[in-house]
Write a protein that binds this ligand. Structure first.
Ligand code: MG
Length: 389
């Protein structure tokens, strides 16, 4: 039985993780669970999967939780300390890192430091502190199994050959809702339009990242740090059907692809069951009559991919700055403060304003870089606020 600490249980990945746990009775148990501010939903989850320890963001919500669950016998914690306690709980062998954004970094780092298997849905962790996390995992022997569908696909495909035989990784992306929209009308894109993803149902932050394709940019960075593959060996290919989740090309010309339904339960189940595979209860993928299309990602349509590649080439703190600026810009767009095109402009301007710095050597340094980049990004947002770009 794998014992799981689930960080970010009320988000989209968290809910799917609990579905996976429920679908395989006797294989997994939840020993710790952390959530943000959705206390009512969280209390329902605790009732269903009573863990040893739970944690919420704020102490007042911890009090509310104790009121809602008078007969719960586990510990109710809060804040950064509570999150860390969940991430390092001795009874947990696996930590599912499903918090959204850079806030997930310290708990993911704590889990790796404690030698846990990290089932990683939070790609920002690898983008912000990829070097630090990879190095620490090597020291402690912690396994990192990605939950991001592309990286799960690559993790699976890489098992088909030796690392010296890998020619390149091919990250596939749907192209988001604006793959065919005329470029002249990009300045009129609304929040509602950007939230309408053609193939995946996900949280708002990642859905906007899919519309700009910053998501694919972050995934290039994530792939580089996860698999130790050189930037020039990581390609992006548009694949509107999202049936192939990514591929590995080997030196002999063979391409190994992974396909499954567009449902995050598949990569979650893989990360939890690895190196085994459990019988699939989530439905088959009917392929007869299906068409697979591929096209190049147009740099004018998706400048975010180029920005991410530049950050990877520059190295140092650049990926962390890119990520922080993007989080601020996406939040401002979702709030209706800046237009769609200003998201990428905010990221580019923040990168320019930040200058060069070394990569973070500790969580504190990562947090410092992140904070400074957010401050600069907020200034850019104010400049773009209400403007047409
Ligand atoms: Mg992905």
């Amino acid at each position: 039985v794998r014992s799981i600490s689930l960080l970010g249980s009320t988000g989209s990945i968290g809910v799917s993780t609990l579905d996976v746990v429920a679908a395989f009775p006797g294989k997994f148990r939840i020993v710790a669970m952390a959530a943000g501010r959705r206390v009512e939903e969280f209390s329902e989850q605790i009732r269903k999967f009573p863990p040893l320890v739970v944690s919420v963001e704020r102490e007042e919500d911890a009090d509310r939780l104790r009121e809602l669950l008078p007969s719960y016998r586990g510990k109710v914690l809060s804040g950064a300390g509570g999150l860390e306690a969940c991430a390092t709980l001795p009874e947990a062998d696996t930590v599912v890192a499903a918090l959204v954004g850079a806030v997930g970094l310290s708990s993911a780092y704590a889990a790796v430091k404690a030698g846990k298997r990290l089932a990683l849905a939070n790609k920002e962790t690898m983008v912000v502190a990829g070097e630090l996390i990879s190095r620490t995992a090597e020291e402690t022997g912690a396994e990192i199994i990605p939950i991001d569908s592309e990286h799960s696909a690559i993790h699976q495909a890489l098992r088909a050959g030796k690392s010296a035989e890998v020619k390149k990784l091919i990250l596939t992306g749907s192209g988001g809702p604006f793959r065919k929209r005329p470029l002249e009308s990009f300045d009129e894109i609304t929040v509602e339009e950007a939230l309408r993803h053609p193939t995946w149902k996900m949280g708002p932050k990642i859905t906007i990242d899919s519309a700009t394709m910053m998501n694919k940019g972050l995934e290039i960075l994530e792939a580089h740090f996860l698999f130790g593959i050189a930037p020039e060996k990581i390609d992006v290919l548009l694949h509107p059907q999202s049936l192939i989740h990514s591929m590995v090309e080997f030196v002999d010309g063979s391409l190994v692809a992974q396909l499954s339904r567009n449902d995050m339960k598949f990569p979650i189940a893989y990360a939890l069951s690895y190196p085994d595979r459990f019988a699939n209860p989530f439905g088959e993928l009917p392929l007869a009559g299906r068409i697979l299309e591929f096209e190049e990602a147009d740099a004018r349509r998706y400048p975010a991919i180029l920005l991410a590649r530049e950050a990877l080439t520059e190295g140092g703190a650049a990926p962390a700055v890119l990520n922080a600026a993007n989080e601020i810009a996406v939040a401002a767009f979702l709030d209706g403060k800046i237009p769609f095109l200003a998201i990428v402009r905010t990221v580019a301007d923040t990168r320019a304003a930040f200058g060069r710095r070394n990569s973070p050597q500790s969580v504190e340094e990562a947090r410092e870089i992140d904070g400074e980049a957010r401050r600069l990004a907020a200034e850019c947002v104010n400049r773009f606020s209400g403007a047409r770009v």
